[in-house]
Design a protein around this ligand. Structure first.
Ligand code: UDX
Length: 439
């Protein structure tokens, strides 16, 4: 099959590379010429484990191409994927400006029958809107439209493209759905075919459900703290029930990233527009906003003031194995600390360049977790990177001026904490090692 993928963000690029790896001829289109030139050499614009190797392999095999040129790409094309961003409008609705622009281009350049596949996360009904728009602009061509939502996790996107739990194909055309079935069959992942609107809803409902699961376990964690239960034990015990499942029961400082915050708000808007008050989802969103500030609020309870304190930050990315800082807890906490007059020193293995663009200029960046701890009064652990989880607790004791540790990702076991000489340790949902006097 000749396939084009428009948009080379992490969804478009990983999808394009994945489709080429199973044997299709894929051209990825992007408007950014500099980015396209780099990708032609196998250089990925995003940090995603395994991606560059797979890009290079498929470029060499002549199955994967990059271009800014629609005209040439559309000369002989069977399928075009739309994988551009649908950022959040101020009111929480999904912004379809990029989708509209791509649809205009597809209508303009398509000369023969084509299947248009929407990978971007779009409000329910958008695929019907896309089909109407294409048909109005170019009535000579038979366009079929398929919703094919993505479920890729950042940091494991390459793994997920080959090992995902399902591929959802939503179309009102049986013929188009069948072609898409054949295109995706080599991935060896279960394929679920359904109608277009249901496919669009599956994406929002899945992300909203996972966000709810995280908020639920975080609320249980907050209760555990008060009743002397241990959230790690509680989550293990709950997860043994297959109906609950053990995944997404990791308590912490809330969810972030490019999907959950945006998609939960978009689903709330979708419900609002049809006059349905989605109370549960509203609570999930509001609770998560509070949870992201939990460490800061705890530190403010423990100390009269954080002004003048030396504070280390371990981890800036919204989760490990990515340089993405969108909606990360670090963006909530660090500006507040700076405003309060704290001296902030931060470390992240890959996200520091992105963080420098948006965090206050007063923040100092260091190249190792140990340097981030040196001479500090408090440390906030915001991302559970392996090199942070693997730090011996003696490093905290030896490097910090006052070893007060606020661990938002429960990186250390209760046993290790009990045996340590840390001055204080606070984590989420566990009876913490607390001492009366904090310095
Ligand atoms: C998510 C979905 O998993 C993916 O299917 C979707 O298409 C895109 O959004 P992603 O945002 O990359 O993927 O990360 P994910 O691993 O799902 O984590 C999202 C957030 O939830 C992170 O901030 C993570 O720290 C948090 N999380 C996750 C928890 O706090 N606890 C958990 O148990 C799991």
């Amino acid at each position: 099959m000749n396939i084009a993928v428009v948009g080379t963000g992490y969804v478009g690029l990983v999808t394009g590379v994945g489709l080429s790896a199973i044997g299709h001829h894929v051209t990825c289109i992007d408007i950014d010429e500099e980015k396209v030139n780099k990708m032609k050499q196998g250089i990925s614009p995003i940090f995603e484990p395994g991606l560059e190797d797979l890009m290079k392999e498929n470029i060499l095999a002549d199955r994967l191409h990059f271009t800014t040129n629609y005209a040439d790409t559309f000369l002989n094309l069977d399928i075009v994927y739309i994988a551009v961003g649908t950022p959040e409008n101020e009111d929480g609705t999904a912004n379809l400006t990029f989708i509209d622009k791509v649809v205009d281009q597809i209508a303009y350049y398509t000369k023969k029958e084509i299947i248009v596949v929407t990978k971007s996360t779009v409000p329910v009904g958008t695929n019907h809107y896309i089909k109407d728009k294409l048909t109005k602009q170019n009535p000579n061509v038979a366009f079929e439209v398929v919703s094919n939502p993505e479920f890729l996790r950042e940091g494991s996107a390459v793994y997920d493209v080959f090992h995902g739990s399902r591929i959802v194909i939503g179309s009102d055309s049986e013929a188009a759905a069948e072609v898409m079935h054949q295109v995706n069959e080599p991935f060896g992942i279960p394929i679920f075919k359904t109608d277009t609107c249901s496919a669009e809803m599956i994406k929002y409902a899945s992300n909203a459900f996972l966000a709810t699961k995280i908020s639920f376990i975080n609320e249980i964690a907050n209760v555990c703290e008060k009743v002397n239960a241990d959230i790690e034990e509680v989550a293990l015990g709950m997860g043994l029930d297959n109906r609950i499942g053990s995944q997404f029961l990791k308590a912490g400082i809330g969810y972030g990233g490019s999907c959950f915050p945006k998609d939960t708000k978009a689903l709330k808007q979708i419900a609002d527009e049809v006059d349905y008050e989605f109370g549960l989802l509203n609570a999930v969103i509001e609770f998560n906003n509070k949870q992201r500030k939990k460490l800061l609020n705890q530190a403010l309870l423990d100390f009269d003031s954080l002004a003048g304190k030396n504070i280390g930050i371990l981890g800036l990315a919204f989760k490990p194995d990515t340089d993405d800082i969108r909606e990360a807890a670090s963006l909530e906490i660090i500006p507040e600390l700076v405003k309060m007059g704290a001296n902030v020193k931060a470390y992240d293995p890959v996200a520091m360049d992105n963080a420098k663009k948006v965090l206050p200029a007063e923040v100092t960046y260091v190249d190792s977790p140990t340097l981030a701890l040196a001479d500090t009064d408090l440390v906030f652990i915001l991302t559970e990177w392996a090199d942070i989880r693997d730090l011996p607790l003696s490093t905290f004791e030896n490097q910090m001026r006052n070893s007060n540790v606020y661990d938002g990702r429960n990186c250390f076991s209760q046993k290790d904490i009990q045996q340590s000489n840390l001055q204080s340790y606070y984590s989420i949902g566990r009876a913490a090692k607390r001492q009366e006097v904090l310095v």
